[in-house]
Design a protein around this ligand. Structure first.
Ligand SMILES: C[S@@+](CC[C@H](N)C(=O)[O-])C[C@H]1O[C@@H](n2cnc3c(N)ncnc32)[C@H](O)[C@@H]1O
Length: 213
């Protein structure tokens, strides 16, 4: 059965059944190291952008939202051992790959199991696009970050839709759409096109949103 038409609406719901299906899909994907690698080249622009926007991390607590195998958290932990990096993901099988030294937590970004302002900063790379209830997830990410804390979201551009095969629940965003959701909670929001390498012009697939709560 093709479920895709059910997800075109902004009102799509992350029901228990859908959440279980997404989790099972990523549990299976955890065994696919080619498409879901546990490591990442620390020189890529995604990493640099997160580091630059988050700033000094010594003694800070940072949440990786939808961390998967923790490839970004691994780099941050290696580069900033005095920061406390926590990864949250729906898939326990993904979390099994998380590096030692990074604290992990299973759960949904639409209902983060943390108190308000528990983190100094948060980032989400290619995970918000799977949250289904996007405004709820954005609101949760912002809730758990302290006032003045920084947030980075990296995801794919709705204008590039169709370029890759995606599961039916996956949603890509326009710059304006996510800027609008972040502005409900953050005092500064900007976005830009990015590519994997700083000196390679963006090809329109990836966008980054940078916010200050
Ligand atoms: C494409 S992977 C990206 C993982 C990681 N951020 C990275 O860049 O390597 C998407 C991740 O989002 C997780 N995910 C999907 N829906 C989620 C939700 N509602 N809450 C938390 N994590 C979720 C999946 O389990 C998967 O690990």
């Amino acid at each position: 059965m093709n479920w895709r038409h059910l997800f075109s609406r902004r009102s799509a719901r992350l029901t228990g059944e859908l959440r279980a299906r997404i989790r099972a899909s990523f549990d299976r994907a955890a065994g696919d190291e080619v498409h879901f690698p546990a490591t990442i080249d620390p020189r890529i622009y995604h990493v640099k952008l997160i580091r630059r926007h988050l700033g000094e991390l010594t003694g800070r607590r940072v949440l990786d939202v939808g961390c998967g195998k923790g490839r970004f958290a691994r780099v941050l932990h290696d580069q900033e051992p005095a920061a406390e990096i926590c990864g949250l993901d729906l898939s326990l099988e993904m979390l099994r790959f998380a590096p030692a030294g990074v604290c992990v937590c299973a759960g949904s970004m639409t209902e983060l199991p943390f108190s308000d302002a528990a983190f100094d900063a948060a980032y989400a790379t290619e995970s918000l696009e799977h949250a289904v209830e996007i405004d709820k997830a954005v609101s949760e990410i912002c809730r758990v970050v302290k006032p003045g804390g920084r947030i980075v979201i990296i995801d794919k551009n709705a204008r590039a839709s169709g370029r890759l095969q995606t599961p039916e629940w996956e949603r890509w965003f326009t710059r304006r759409e996510l800027e609008g959701l972040l502005r409900r909670h953050c005092r500064h929001v900007e976005s830009r096109d990015i590519s994997y390498w700083e000196d390679v012009p963006p090809d329109g697939l990836f966008l980054a949103w940078l916010a200050v709560k």
